[in-house]
Design a protein around this ligand. Structure first.
Ligand SMILES: [Zn+2]
Length: 154
């Protein structure tokens, strides 16, 4: 499948219809993976190397950690990108290992597997980014900032 087909199949597989809220999307991803999903803002995430968000899989939870930003749209895009990796099944193998040096400020219990943008080949990134864009289009107009899945660690 090309990227367009992969993304279309992933959106159809969500069975959320043409428009949905951010929380409906989070709930759908959580239910499909049978794991708790938490979105966590890290005030001091080091973004100097382009790291804006990351997906961390522990034994029981999927964590999306993202950098602090004043832009709701940027924040949404960071999170949707990581959700797209989950939806597309990236990093479900054993080849995603955590580099603990990256995460000096994250409590040890949250450390598990980690996915970083720059660790993946470009085809995978392009698919995730284009799925994130499709999801953003479906969410547009719904309230994002009030998500009950969000937590802030600072
Ligand atoms: Zn990525």
């Amino acid at each position: 499948m090309n990227t367009e087909q992969t993304v279309s199949a992933a959106v159809a597989g969500l069975q959320l219809g043409g428009t949905f809220t951010f929380d409906e999307l989070l709930r759908s991803v959580q239910d499909r993976r049978h794991r708790r999903l938490r979105v966590i803002e890290l005030a001091d995430l080091d973004t100097h190397d382009g790291l804006c968000a990351l997906w961390l899989a522990t034994e029981t939870d999927d964590l999306v950690l993202h950098a602090r930003t004043d832009s709701t749209l940027h924040r949404q895009q960071f999170i949707l990108h990581e959700l797209a990796h989950m939806i597309l099944g990236h990093c479900d193998g054993d080849d995603c290992t955590v580099d603990e040096a990256l995460l000096p400020n994250i409590p040890p219990y949250t450390r598990g597997r980690l996915l970083r943008r720059q660790d993946l080949d470009s085809k995978t990134e392009i698919a995730a980014e284009s799925l994130a864009d499709r999801l953003a289009a479906s969410i547009r107009g719904s309230v994002f900032a009030e998500s009950r899945y969000s937590e802030v660690f600072g």
